[in-house]
Design a protein. Structure first.
Lengths: 298, 115
């Protein structure tokens, strides 16, 4: 089954079971009226302690009030919402997800591996009840136990970071049937300090990926290999794949099909890479906020 | 005309997810050799087809409606006539395979070519 909807000059098809999305237009450019995906950060309270956390999350960090989300009613059915920010520990998470489901929003969520392992039963429930569709796990340590647990979930994607994860990490995930997303390294928050302290290691890990990515793709180590825009740039992926494939698989520049909303600070912007001081106050209209985002990146 | 495809993955990240591949090893080999593979946008399974498999699937669907086997020559040819359909209100006279494929399938171009 595929949902189909009109967005700007495009027809968008999305499969709610596996996430396959096709954007079609007869025009020469994609011009969307509202975002296909909204990245929603719901807090910076996290006990993960990742040294490179670009959000600078801490165990006593702030959390968003999910009972008051002014633009919620303006979200269109089948828009994807990627929920981030140690979401499984947020006390208002489930009512928030229920509201999204009621509005036919496709909610996806990412948590750290330690929270996945700690709260797997809750996560399995969220997936089984359709409150969450796609599920990302930020990798800490690809142990055999983690791999075995992750393999149970068909929509799970293992998040890795170019520069943070090593050759050994990528090799441990090889041929395990797990989807892998490679993210660019964010020189922001604690990521900035970590980069200064561990530059040699980060460079070596990134160089390894840059050198080996063609082999990884060609030898089909993982059933899905995905990249965020930052990783595409940092690893120079455009020069690894054919132009034809690039045209088909590249989902667009930042701010042309997605946007970022920080519900804790009640601000929005192009992406989570945007400096906090440049973010703008949220409004009650997603179309209005997206139009602003498009202007910023135009 | 633009078709952007994000195969078999949701957005779980703070930036757009650009998914490149999802195939088993055998399908991937075919993909590299044949250049193009097809996704049936109405198919509930995450399956990719070669063009021949896509054509066979379309022909199988119409053959079932017509309760007739479709010959190999018809399968590879311009189409077939369905004069004995059991479905009186289903008026399929001729079948344009390219048009059918265009309506039901999205072509996945091969990811890796020598540049």
């Amino acid at each position: 089954m595929m949902y189909k909807y009109k967005n700007g000059n495009c027809n968008v098809f999305i499969d709610p079971d596996d996430g396959t999305r096709i954007i079609h237009t007869d025009d020469d450019c994609v011009d969307l009226q509202f975002p296909l995906n909204v990245d929603v950060s719901i807090g910076r309270r996290c006990d993960g302690g990742c040294k490179f956390c670009y959000e600078g999350a801490t165990p006593d960090g702030p959390e968003a009030n999910l009972e008051d989300v002014p633009f919620l009613d303006s979200l269109r059915p089948y828009t994807e919402a990627s929920i981030n920010g140690n979401s499984v520990d947020h006390p208002q998470l489930i009512p928030f997800l229920e509201k999204l489901k009621e509005k036919k929003i496709i909610a996806n969520m990412t948590v750290n591996q330690i929270h996945f392992e700690r709260k797997e039963a809750l996560i399995a429930d969220l997936l089984n009840t359709g409150l969450v569709h796609g599920f990302g796990v930020s990798l800490r340590n690809p142990t055999p136990e983690f791999i075995e647990r992750a393999q149970k979930y068909p929509t799970l994607v293992v998040h890795t970071i170019a520069g943070v994860h090593s050759k050994a990490d990528y090799e441990a995930l090889k041929d395990k049937g797990l989807k892998v997303l490679i993210l660019g390294y964010k020189d922001k928050g604690r990521g900035h300090t970590y980069l200064a302290d561990e530059k040699a290691t980060i460079d070596a890990n990134r160089d390894y990926l840059k050198r080996e990515i063609k082999t990884i793709l060609e030898n089909n180590w993982y059933p899905v290999v995905a990249f965020d825009n930052l990783a595409l740039e940092q690893l120079d992926i455009k020069h690894v794949i054919s132009e034809k494939a690039w045209e088909q698989f590249y989902q667009g520049d930042e701010g042309t099909a997605s946007m970022f909303i920080d519900l804790t600070d009640r601000t929005f912007g192009v992406s989570s890479l945007m400096p906090r001081e440049e973010m703008l106050p949220i409004t009650n209209s997603i179309d209005e906020m997206f139009a602003t985002v498009k202007k910023i990146v135009a | 005309m633009i078709d952007r495809i994000r195969p078999f993955v949701f957005e779980t990240n703070s930036s757009l997810t650009n998914a490149l591949i999802l195939f088993d090893k055998d399908t991937y080999k075919k993909w590299k050799e044949d250049t193009d593979l097809y996704i049936n946008i109405w198919d509930e399974s995450s399956k990719v087809y070669t063009k021949e498999e896509a054509i066979a699937s379309i022909m199988g669907f119409y053959a079932e409606l017509a309760e007739d086997d479709i010959s190999e020559s018809e399968l590879k040819g311009e189409g077939f006539r369905n004069s004995d359909s059991l479905y009186e209100d289903y008026e399929v006279e001729t079948l344009d395979l390219e048009e059918e494929i265009g309506q039901k399938y999205i072509v996945l171009s091969a990811c890796k070519e020598d540049r």
